[in-house]
Design a protein around this ligand. Sequence first.
Ligand code: FUL
Length: 520
Amino acid sequence: MSEQERLEEYVSIVPSVNQKAIQRQRFNVFFHYGLNTFSAKEWGDGKADPKIFNPTQQDTDQWVRTVKEAGAYGVILTCKHHDGFCLWQTKTTDYSVAQSPYKGGKGDVVKEVSDSCRKFGIKFGIYLSPWDRNHESYGIDRYNDVYCEQLEELLTGYGEIFCVWLDGACGSYMDGKPKQVYDWDRYFSTIRRLAPNACISNCGPDVRWVGNEGGFARESEWNVVPKFAFDIQSIESKSQQSDESDFAKKEVDVNSSDLGSRDFLKNFDNFIWYPAEVDVSIRPGWFYHKSQDKSVRSLKNLLKIYYTSVGGNSILLLNAPPDRRGLLHENDVKRLQELGNHIKESEAQLLNVKSILAPIAEEGKDIQGVIEYSFDDTTFDPTNYYTPKEEQSSYEIKIELEETVKINRLQLVENVAYSQRIEKFEIHAFVKDEYVKVFDGTTVGYGRIATFKAVKTDKVKVVLTSVRKKPHIEFVGVYSDNGVLIKDTLRQKFVKWLHHVNYITYIRRENKKSKKNNSQ
Ligand code: FUL
């Protein structure tokens, strides 16, 4: 394939309807809740007495109200974690809320959370751990039937589901059991049949695990990646294998610091649309532990995660674990509200534009449309975009603001119905008598929020210096200074350098392998 044919191939790969929806949703909250909440464990062994599950003030409205205040759009609940304890009235096992004192054994936490989601207009999703340390059938083929029955109960009894989150973590050796041979294809077809609007995430074909649980996204996140990126064996092998708290600190998988640049893709032939999700907890643990009440992430830290994920072409899944009362702890609530206020206030700082100039547009796809467009709702509109009439080697968009003001952010969104096309861009601000470069960027995709050192100006220029094909831009917005500047620490710079070295080694190895295969 020539370079040109390759580029055509990459831009022909576009998201499914479900992927478009979850990408536009941008930010969701994880609730880890269950027996571990009461046993102070991260990985329950499946032997804890269900009687310890006894929240006395459970209020799922409080959880979901807080999610809304945090500025998130969806919730994912651990309906069953690795210990096998089910938060709903299931027919597949006795190890559930039915055996607990909660509501005299008649409670159904899944129902309560899904009802609260509907009440507050928040989407509802489920986490159902494939690894089950309690079920007698785990390890033998019958477990696949049990797992599908559990999926069926959850996908038919609780209304619309936006996401099914399949975890690759497994430590079955700890129980002296063989690893279950999971029938992933059957799980996927069960989900597609019963919840056609749901994305299958993590060990699934729709949303890609970013590769760590520490809140790190790559600087350049690509949506079109080689098909191998969706390889369950490798997702599983890189997932947590033991209950070590250090897991969260691990950085992006070294072999995959680049999953989609032109340079990287040229080594492969099959590609898929596979957007990244950053899953990370607001506390050191995924479950609530009283000892961590003072270790809730700072707002500064959350903002770094928010701007590098939501602002860096990734979905954010932020975990906030309810406590033993059945409430989100005051410290977590406060932090989530601060985050929500920050997002709201920062979005309201969008500046009015006096004029905008760009290369001549295709008919009906004028640049004016993309500054008038409101990006704050979550409905994806495939018809809204600006695109130039002609293919060019670079494109310049000049924005004149209504007033001279200090700015520190520019948001750029591609209409992903036309794939991800922008590979490199620059932002320049007019200061004194000339344009000065304030930002150098790579990927845009379904959302890039570029933050830079605040600069006083009334004119900004975005230059797209490398594209796969002419861009389809859905939104461009300039914002006044909110004091946020996301930049790398020395350690992160070092890790990036390390990734680069590993990446080169990886490519060399792949090339060697394919040369060897070709000569055989
Ligand atoms: C991991 C699990 O082992 C953790 O307990 C948590 O559920 C996290 C989201 O996924 O792999």
